[in-house]
Design a protein around this ligand. Structure first.
Ligand SMILES: [Zn+2]
Length: 121
């Protein structure tokens, strides 16, 4: 196994969800995730915990939405007592790319052709 410098980081994505851009922006806004990431027509955000001692990055939840063209921001429409906001979108970093890859794999695994989704916890 080849190991390049700076690639010792272990990434684990535990949960992945497919959402609309609006839902994703809202989720990121509520969790104060900034910025959002974009790559290859996908907009995504994730909530993670980093364990520097173990060089481990745990993604608790990753959200992904289809956004064909890159846009440098997404707007969150506020509601009654929440003002609207604009969230920045950046092109995915190397780490974000890996998270996206795992998110897509996870979503693929979650697609059960046999049963219609798992019951909510
Ligand atoms: Zn989210």
């Amino acid at each position: 196994m080849m190991e390049k410098k700076g690639h010792h980081l272990r990434i684990d994505v535990y949960s992945a969800k497919e959402r609309s851009i609006e839902e994703l922006a809202w989720c990121a806004f509520c969790q104060e995730v900034k910025p959002l990431f974009w790559k290859d027509g996908k907009l995504f955000c994730y909530e993670m915990k980093f364990y520097p001692k173990r060089s481990r990055l745990v993604v608790i939840e990753s959200c992904i939405a289809s956004m064909p063209a890159y846009n440098k921001s997404v707007r969150v429409e506020g509601s009654a007592n929440i003002p609207s906001a604009v969230l920045p979108v950046v092109k995915a970093s190397a780490v974000a790319e890996k998270i996206l890859e795992q998110t897509l794999n996870l979503l693929e695994e979650q697609k059960p052709s046999k049963s219609k989704g798992k019951p909510l916890p």
